[in-house]
Ligand binder design. Structure first.
Ligand code: ZN
Length: 667
């Protein structure tokens, strides 16, 4: 339990809330504000509190899933970090501190995004001496193990770049299991694992379970065995703690449906049966009326090179009623938008159904959603459940807010925007129009239009996702400038759209390239789509100088001269992209993507990278969680739950490592 001696949180306004925190390596820590928490009822706050505890109890599971030595290494480093008697300002110690922070951030010793192993900036000799200088009782020693034997156990893993170099290896022609450091399989070859699961699958089963999702596959006495993650199985100690909090949560559920969701999840954590998991998913998808919602389970399979084993994650959230009204307004008018879009009538839907994407406020992040997190969630992953029972799609409003607030101080826009005029537009309206663009993209863009009869949805092959994203983005861009949005009360000024138009062009033509190394092409579908749109409209409007690239003091800038013409060009491109999609015109898709979306002008790219470097920004971001404290009366009843945002990153990590240290170091 949290000590109840936490200071009462200061009432902070959005304006002086500290969205940014420390920066190290390629990472920046941010904070998110839980708007509206104070307005929840006491029972709802209590529910959030219990679910938040459950969200933190599984932390060690993810560390162990990401690599079998992670828990041992984390504990070694933490002990040195807190107890080292030597010079804490030395270069070696500072490097160890950075390394440890990266391990915390990645939930292991491999980069959370690139999957490559970290290279320590300190020597093996330094670490060995440091380990020998701290209290051995606080080191993760196995029974009878000496400090030197502990070094023996993990030093190659830490220091030898050829040992476990990648967490997830996707290279062709290699045994993906033998060459990946993730801990989902042990002593099992890729072929063996594939054979094992293929033998289980029935291709005619209309409702297949998520095979292998909640277990580690190992070889015991020459036989393959699944070690299931459940109460009484692998990771039992952590799962029991999670279940304990879920039981408390079930008691304060908002309604019977939600109570049933929580109870099903508890049942699954107890029996480990994937059929129970499917039942849970269906119950969860059908719980639409509760204000509070959560994910707490083995969920995403990106960490398994075979895409079956799911990493543990959690998010606790509640519906943002104000923002959800916005998406509901948009969805309710879906038919109007479809009817008035600039695409050929043959490609329009006669009857269109808008998707109501719920906007939520994150209250706690855990496991694979912490500290690096998604800003939207679409679950469950089971295909048959999605088609038979639907899915929940949410955007996480307060995290998006935090990103955009944090970027304001970063200087990127200041460096790349053409003049004060654009800066002012962006400052005034970008938050609103950014969110609106996302809403239009998600709620209407993807759902608009139709394929002509007989067109195979996969005809566009590798170009399909770029075309699809371009379609949704263009739908949003085109309508952002429409009077309909003013009429619906969604924009504060008829000029607001200019903020999105300018930043979209600036990003598509320039700033998104900061994420690509010199000499490489644009690969990722969303980035290709943005380049495609920005470059196409610039070229088509070149005669009238609708948008141009200009030089000022030796630097390149994007200048938009005619916003209304720019809107027309977005409309023209939307019509063409929809035609390509509807007719399944592969040649046209290939040509437009290859011509506009892939190559980068090396001179411009070098200039952008140089300017970005001078800003000293971190490309990856993660969030520090708030701290909830249950205030109790003399009988132990909760009388209030308070929220505090002042905990530092290292402080939070060390506290989690002591309060939620639920697993043995070696599992
Ligand atoms: Zn999309």
């Amino acid at each position: 339990m949290f000590a109840s001696c936490n200071p009462t949180p200061k009432e902070e306004t959005t304006d002086n809330f500290n969205y940014t925190d420390e920066q190290f390596a390629d990472l920046q820590m941010l904070r998110y504000k839980v708007h509206g928490f104070e307005e929840l009822t006491l029972k709802q706050k209590e529910l959030v509190y219990y679910l938040s505890q459950a969200a933190l109890e599984g932390r060690d599971i993810l560390f162990d899933q990401n690599g079998k030595h992670n828990l041992v290494i984390r504990k070694m480093l933490e002990t040195v970090y807190t107890e080292y008697p030597g010079d804490k300002e030395s270069k070696d110690f500072k490097a160890l501190e950075t390394y440890l922070k990266r391990v915390w951030f990645s939930n292991g010793i491999h980069h959370h995004y690139g999957c490559e192993k970290f290279i320590p900036g300190f020597s093996a000799e330094f670490l060995r001496n440091a380990l020998n200088s701290v209290n051995a009782a606080n080191l993760p020693l196995a029974e009878g193990q000496t400090v030197d034997q502990l070094c023996e156990e993990v030093f190659d893993v830490i220091f030898d770049p050829t040992v476990m170099p990648k967490r997830v290896n996707q290279a062709d022609n290699e045994d993906l299991l033998m060459t990946s450091a993730c801990n989902y399989y042990e002593g099992v070859s890729q072929q063996e694992a594939e054979d094992f699961y293929n033998a289980m699958k029935d291709p005619n089963d209309p409702s297949p379970i998520m095979y292998g999702m909640n277990s580690k596959l190992v070889k015991e006495n020459g036989k393959l065995v699944e070690k299931v993650w459940k109460v009484g199985g692998l990771y039992s100690d952590a799962i029991e703690k999670i279940v304990g909090w879920l039981e408390k949560a079930a008691n304060v559920a908002e309604n019977d449906k939600q109570k049933a969701v929580i109870e099903k999840l508890i049942e699954f954590y107890r029996d480990g049966d994937l059929k129970t998991f499917d039942e849970y998913s269906i119950t969860w998808v059908n719980d639409l009326d509760s204000r509070i919602d959560f994910v707490n389970c083995f969920t995403e399979s990106y960490g398994d090179p075979l895409g079956m084993k799911a990493s543990w994650e959690s998010i606790v959230n509640f519906k943002d009623l104000e923002a959800t009204k916005r998406t509901e307004t948009i969805s309710a008018n879906a038919q109007w938008f479809e009817d008035h879009s600039p695409v050929d009538k043959r490609f329009k839907k006669e009857k269109v159904k808008g998707i109501t994407a719920k906007v939520i406020t994150a209250a706690m992040l855990g496991g694979d959603l912490y500290p690096s997190t998604a800003i939207g969630i679409n679950l469950p992953n089971s295909n048959w459940i999605r088609s038979a029972h639907g899915s929940k799609s949410v955007t996480i409003g307060n995290l998006t807010d935090a990103y955009s607030q944090a970027s304001k101080g970063g200087g990127l826009v200041k460096e790349f925007a053409y003049s004060e005029e654009e800066l002012k537009l962006i400052e005034q309206y970008a938050d609103i129009t950014d969110n609106l663009h996302t809403d239009l993209h998600e709620c209407l863009g993807h759902g608009s239009g139709k394929l002509l009869p007989g067109v195979d949805p996969d005809t566009l092959k590798a170009y399909g996702s770029t075309i699809e994203e371009a379609r949704a983005d263009l739908f949003g861009l085109y309508y952002l400038a429409d009077d309909k949005l003013t009429e619906l009360g969604l924009v504060p000024s008829p000029d607001a759209y200019k903020a999105q138009y300018y930043s979209y062009m600036m990003n598509g033509l320039m700033t998104q390239l900061v994420r690509i190394n010199q000499g490489n092409n644009i690969e990722e579908a969303h980035m290709r789509n943005r380049a495609l749109i920005a470059r196409w409209v610039m070229e088509k409007g070149a005669g009238e100088k609708v948008v141009e690239m200009v030089k000022k003091d030796g630097k390149t800038y994007v200048k938009v001269n005619d916003y209304q013409k720019l809107r027309q060009l977005f409309g023209d491109l939307l019509a063409e992209i929809q035609r390509i999609k509807s007719e399944g015109d592969y040649i046209a898709a290939r040509d437009i993507v290859e011509n506009y979306a892939v190559k980068i002008d090396p001179t411009l790219h070098a200039e952008i990278l140089e300017r970005y470097k001078s800003l000293n920004l971190a490309p990856y971001k993660g969030f520090i969680n708030p701290v909830y404290t249950a205030v109790t009366d003399e009988n132990g009843n909760i009388t209030d739950v308070t929220i505090d945002y002042t905990e530092g990153y290292a402080e939070q990590m060390l506290r989690y490592s002591s309060e939620y240290a639920n697993l043995p170091y070696r599992n």
